[in-house]
Design a protein around this ligand. Sequence first.
Ligand SMILES: NC(=O)C1=CN([C@@H]2O[C@H](COP(=O)(O)OP(=O)(O)OC[C@H]3O[C@@H](n4cnc5c(N)ncnc54)[C@H](OP(=O)(O)O)[C@@H]3O)[C@@H](O)[C@H]2O)C=CC1
Ligand SMILES: CC(=O)[C@@H](O)[C@H](O)COP(=O)(O)O
Ligand SMILES: [Mn+2]
Length: 379
Amino acid sequence: MKKITVLGSTGSIGTQTLDVVSMHPDQFAVEALAGGSNIKLLAEQAHFYQPKKVSVGTKQLAEEIRPLLPSGMELHWGNEGLVELAANTEADMVVTAVMGSVGLHSTLAAIEAGKQIGLANKETLVTAGHLVTERARAKGVPLLPIDSEHSAIFQCLNGERMKDVAHITLTASGGSFRDLTREQLRTVTVEDALKHPNWSMGAKITIDSATMVNKGLEVIEAHWLFGLDYEQIHVLLHPESIIHSYVEFQDTSIVAQLGNPDMRVPIQYALTYPERMKSPAKPLSLAEVGKLHFKEMDFNRFPCLRLACECGKMGGTAPTAFNAANEIAVARFLRGEIPFLHIESIIERVLERHVNVANPDLSEIEACDRETRSIAAGL
Ligand SMILES: NC(=O)C1=CN([C@@H]2O[C@H](COP(=O)(O)OP(=O)(O)OC[C@H]3O[C@@H](n4cnc5c(N)ncnc54)[C@H](OP(=O)(O)O)[C@@H]3O)[C@@H](O)[C@H]2O)C=CC1
Ligand SMILES: CC(=O)[C@@H](O)[C@H](O)COP(=O)(O)O
Ligand SMILES: [Mn+2]
């Protein structure tokens, strides 16, 4: 039995991770579950999966959930709760599925405790990729990608040598507004933005997909996961999200990973790696699909992708600032405080002011994250 801890168990990735666990009850057991504010769902999960520890977002929520939990179940809260569940259990793997750079400390704690990481929380690698990958290397801990594009690349690279890779291509659906002009983007609503054409995901990543920030975060994530130069990481528009990403080798051979858009496949691969098991996902029929479409990425239509790549290349605290500005701007958009196009202008203005710190340590990353959030909230 592989013991799994899920941080962010009440979210889109978290619930699908638990679906995968339920599909293979003889293979997986749940060791600990952390949610944020959805205490009703977390309590249900606690009764069903019987984890040893549970954590919620705040002390107040801990008081509210206590009577709903099985008696005697160990309960934690806040960032300390996430760290406790990440490090102090008998889990073999920690699935990092909280949203945002709040996941950084718990990911580092899980690595220090020698846990395998099933990595969905891409913001962690964007905000502090050099620290996370250095600690994972030092501890001999694998970072197993859950993000669909990175899982695809990981699968394409199986048994290959990195020196044979010419470049990789991350595919992008184009998001909710892919057919709109920039002029039309001025008046789009939150409701429209939350309708992703292919994937059902949490609110923040769905907005990131519409701004193309998601692909920018994924370029930086790929840089750290696969140790590739930014010039070797390409992005291609592919509206169907059937080819999840691909690798081109020095001899011009291309190896791609395909499937219907269903996150349970990459989640399960991270959990079972290097083995494969049956999945409830619908098998892909290329005959039914008929045609696939591709288009060059337009960096003027999607300026956030250009900004993210520039920050990635710059390194230091630039990606930290990019990520923090985006997290605040998206939260403000979702609350109805700013129009859609202000997400990118907030990121631009934050970056204009940003003073880059090269090779930052954890406290410098935290300071940049905190200060950027405060600036972005005031713009
Ligand atoms: N959804 C997807 O298909 C994909 C997601 N990802 C990445 O996976 C991560 C999760 O995404 P997704 O599942 O969509 O997001 P959701 O918003 O659906 O879920 C986020 C989870 O994190 C919890 N959470 C949020 N803030 C805190 C906090 N401060 N403390 C503790 N828990 C917290 C939420 O709890 P609660 O709801 O109880 O408040 C919820 O369980 C993101 O980094 C995203 O980029 C990557 C690829 C695909
Ligand atoms: C499912 C997944 O991995 C998301 O990150 C997805 O990639 C979003 O789609 P686009 O960013 O391509 O719209
Ligand atoms: Mn993705």
